[in-house]
Structures are given as structure tokens and as C-alpha cells.
Design a protein around this ligand. Structure first.
Ligand SMILES: [Cu+2]
Length: 69
């Protein structure tokens, strides 16, 4: 099933961070949509919950160099 979550992200400092994280999320298996906001310090992620879950998405965020808070 499709699920949407809004994550609070720590560690983004510039528009490159925003782009980096967004593309990292989009490349994550099971992720359908990702919209990262530098100003809002958030990532809105739509994913297929048969393929991934919130902890795997958080791990992908950490791998990209940022942190879910
Ligand atoms: Cu940056």
C-alpha cells in the first residue's frame, strides 16, 4: 500500500543538501515520491509499504549524511 510520511531532517545547510537528499530518497527502493524542504527542514516521502518502511527510509537519510529527528 502507498503511504506518505513527513520527516523532520537535521543537517541540511544549503540548496545542494536539499537536492542531494531528495535524489538519495528517490533512489531508495520502494520510494515513489520525495519532496525535501530546506526551509521547512522536512522531507515528505511517499513509499510503497510492501517494499520499504520508515526505518529503512531513515537509514537512507543517514547514509546521505543527514538525520531524521
Ligand atoms: Cu549543503
Amino acid at each position: 500500500m502507498k503511504k506518505e510520511i513527513l520527516l523532520s531532517i537535521e543537517g541540511m545547510h544549503c540548496p545542494m543538501c536539499e537536492k542531494n537528499l531528495e535524489s538519495a530518497l528517490k533512489e531508495t527502493e520502494g520510494v515513489k515520491k520525495a519532496k525535501v524542504s530546506l526551509a521547512g527542514k522536512t522531507a515528505k516521502v511517499t513509499f510503497d509499504d510492501t517494499k520499504t518502511d520508515e526505518s529503512k527510509i531513515s537509514a537512507a537519510v543517514a547514509e546521505a549524511g543527514y538525520k531524521v529527528v
